[in-house]
Ligand binder design. Sequence first.
Ligand SMILES: Cc1ncc(COP(=O)(O)O)c(C=O)c1O
Length: 415
Amino acid sequence: MERRNFLRKTGLGIGVLATPYSFLEAGNQIATQDSQSSGELDWESVRRAFDPNPDFINLENGYFSPQTREGYNKFVEYGRVLNQNTSKVMRSEMEDETDETRRALAEFSGTSFEEVVVTRNTTESLNIIINGIDLEKGDEIIITDQDYPNMINAIRQREKREGIVVKEIRLPLNPKSDDEIVEKYEAAMSARTRLVLVTHMINLTGQILPCKRIADMVHSKGAEVIVDAAHSYAHVDFKIPELGGDYVGTSLHKWLSAPVGSGLLYVKKDKIEKVWPLMGDTENDPTNIRKFQRQGTQPIGTRKAIRDSIEFHKRIGGKRKEEKLRSMTRYWTDEARKMKNIGINTPEDPSRYAALGNFFVKGAKPGPVSKKLFSDYKIMTVPIKTSSVTGIRVTPQLYNQVDDLDKLIAALKTF
Ligand SMILES: Cc1ncc(COP(=O)(O)O)c(C=O)c1O
């Protein structure tokens, strides 16, 4: 398929088709636009705001995503100032800077300032919750076969240590409806169910789960919901309360392109009191979310740079970013689905995925396929092998080009 068809098919070329890629001259700054407008955006400028290594095609942005060139330069400068002034900066600015970032995150996430803290990543955020809630022997936690290992490990450790009962459900790879998913969770619920872990976007396949519907069902039965939003935050467009979770954790270094080692924890206001902080705290009132912020010495530059990443994201617009990312996956998976040797682990319905896609080569192990993609075509992906999903994960970011996807498609044809 040609670029023109890509633009037409994905609806991203509106207003651009008449002069395709004339915006190549537009320079590095992206246009300032109403963030929620669905109109034309200078995607070439967005792409050029990043600085990827030209020696290979990076389709593995799901691990973490690069900062923009401008964002990274500012981040380096924050580090330089800190290094030069050391504790003079930390003692006088750390608390205020952290609060300002919390304020920005709260506004961006549709929560109140009193419900969010900055963490280092999703693992930390959700370990605070998983290990901080009092449970009794025999209480149940529901997980799925496709939740992230770090969360499963934290929950399984409580199982070993305290006799908590863990129930694991199997998720379909290509659900027919939201009902099908909600029913799986519902069937596992009992009077002893206290917590349900819901991964908003599955890291293996990219499947987006109907988080709010699951949460409503769980709440109707008196249990609570922990949402792992590591992959969905700043990727698909939502405000945190719309997920319906009592507790939500995410990594800001993934789709928000904030510095590596930045995360967020949201705790619904009326739930803060019941959660013990992982790093003990007795000074703050138990209802104050600051009790989770006792993290020791942390890099101030990372905290500040989160705000720069939010600003960049807002200039693009959440909806527009989601649609662009989805269109990329749709582009390559639509082609791959026509190939007789390729199978797709990502749901068919475009509303159930965005940038994250997963394919497999029939009869081949994912490791060698991913290796060959890199050695022969300079395309970086990641092989995935779990008891439920075997394939190769492909995660383009905003800086990837149609040409990158065309090269992937051409490579897939050779398997
Ligand atoms: C669904 C999901 N949850 C949690 C994590 C953990 O994120 P981090 O390593 O940033 O803590 C990941 C990482 O890829 C993930 O995909």
